[in-house]
Write a protein that binds this ligand. Structure first.
Ligand code: ADP
Ligand code: ASP
Ligand code: MG
Length: 418
């Protein structure tokens, strides 16, 4: 029997009516002859509340207990969804991660899949169950403790199940009707894309477009899962939404296909560090050990014999998620106290955001950076840090200009036009 994976995000299961609405979509696919694996998120706002409770209890919390608390939101919706389907006459059963089991690494808070054995769920399908409702975002570590996959992780659960069960497609139902040229909440001119290449989606997601979790796109690309984003609030059919697919399935390709932003960034500068071989390793190793996700890095041109510093000194600036600033600060202070690095000051700027343009067309076109910087200059927006790759350019700017920058770039690259 053909199988579909259908994932419903937080707003799509925000209350009992919405769960019923999602269940009707599942029922329709069952009536069309599919076995369905439904992946559910926690009700909207619930995961934030759970995270808040953890942080309110312990500042540098034990990640195992964070996972124990934060994974619970999905358990509730899985059970409710199974109950709703049963009420509608659809044979359904819920599964928490450990019951499948969804085996992951022991990296609590950002665990990765190791294996998803099919046996337990297949046995129930063989008995006549039509829908397996699986709690997204969670798994179980080798030692049996509950893990979570990182925020937005239910998308990744969905793609992993689609790969493991050879699903015909993986449908991600959410509160927008597809992937847009930029977040439709920020720009009224954002345009829905019928198709987007895996590589572009991967960059957009990793640069902040939270419509899909980055890992989910990576997995879909690796296992060639047909991945679709569509609305849970509208009537949908096999052609709705946005298909995330291989580059060669896409006819038109613009130089820039999307603009992404990430609001919760911070910039940290180590002022006057000595400039010598090994200094970068001495700075970034302790940050990595502390679990800080360093993103952009700039090192200033060195100055010689600067004031009372003999030899060359430099400033080292890096960006990281704003909620990791305290970890980063502690890692640097500990490294300084241990004599591994020396610096005069650690300056933190928590009022920054990252804005990026993405497009596979950049591989073969020049002038994208110039156009981007011109558009920002015309709005008087100062660029603090720049990073580029083959298909993206990112800038760090003052957060108060973030929305303006997104709109200006959307205009500059004429993304509202097909
Ligand atoms: P869910 O709870 O269903 O997982 P998310 O809130 O995680 O939903 O993701 C959907 C949101 O992603 C949309 O409401 C939208 O604001 C945001 N988003 C950001 N960038 C984009 C984009 N390029 N296209 C569509 N949505 C985007
Ligand atoms: N509930 C989790 C979160 O809010 C996972 C998800 O919704 O994908 O991050
Ligand atoms: Mg999400």
């Amino acid at each position: 029997m053909p199988l579909l994976v259908m994932k419903f995000g937080g707003t799509s299961v925000a209350d009992l009516d919405r769960i019923a609405n999602a269940a009707r979509k599942v029922q329709r696919e069952v009536e069309r002859g599919y076995q369905v694996i439904v992946i559910v998120s926690a009700m909207s706002g619930r995961t934030n509340e759970l995270v808040g409770w953890v942080e309110g209890t312990s500042r540098l919390y034990d990640a195992r207990e964070y996972d124990a608390v934060v994974a619970s939101g999905e358990n509730v919706t899985a059970g409710l969804m199974a109950l709703r389907l049963q009420e509608m006459g659809v044979p359904a059963r819920s599964w928490q991660g450990w019951q499948v089991p969804i085996n992951t690494t022991a990296q609590h808070g950002s665990a990765r899949f190791v294996s998803i054995p099919r046996g337990n769920i297949d046995a129930k399908f063989a008995e006549g169950m039509k829908v397996a409702v699986v709690a997204g975002f969670q798994g179980v570590a080798p030692d049996g403790r509950i893990t979570t996959l990182g925020r937005g992780g239910s998308d990744t659960t969905a793609v992993a199940f689609a790969a493991a069960f050879g699903a015909e497609r993986c449908d991600i139902y959410t509160d927008v009707d597809g992937v847009y040229t930029t977040d439709p909440r920020i720009s009224g001119k954002a345009r829905k894309l019928d198709r987007i290449a895996f590589e572009e989606m991967l960059e957009l997601a990793s640069l902040g477009a939270k419509v899909l979790q980055t890992r989910s796109v990576e997995l879909a690309m690796r296992y060639n899962v047909r991945l679709r984003v569509l609305s849970s609030f509208e009537d949908t059919d096999d052609t709705s939404g946005t298909l995330v697919c291989a580059e060669d399935e896409i006819m038109e390709s613009k130089v820039v296909s999307g603009v992404a932003y990430s609001r919760d960034e911070a910039k940290i500068t180590l002022v006057t560090v000595e400039d010598r071989p090994g200094i970068s390793a001495a700075i970034f190793a302790p940050l990595a050990e502390a679990g800080v996700n360093v993103d952009m890095i700039v090192q200033n041109i060195s100055e010689r014999d600067y004031e009372d510093h003999p030899g060359a000194v430099t400033d080292m600036t890096f960006s990281c998620p704003i909620n990791q600033v305290e970890r980063a600060r502690k890692a640097m202070e500990d490294a300084r106290a241990a004599g591994r690095i020396a610096y005069d000051d650690l300056a933190v700027d928590t009022e920054v955001a990252k804005v990026s343009v993405v497009g596979i067309g950049m591989r073969s076109h020049t002038g994208v950076a110039a156009r981007m910087f011109r558009a920002l200059a015309d709005e008087n927006i100062n660029i603090k840090v720049i990073a580029t790759s083959e298909i993206k350019i990112s800038v760090l700017i003052d957060r108060k200009y973030m929305e303006l920058a997104v709109q200006a770039l959307h205009d500059a690259f004429e993304l509202e036009k097909a």
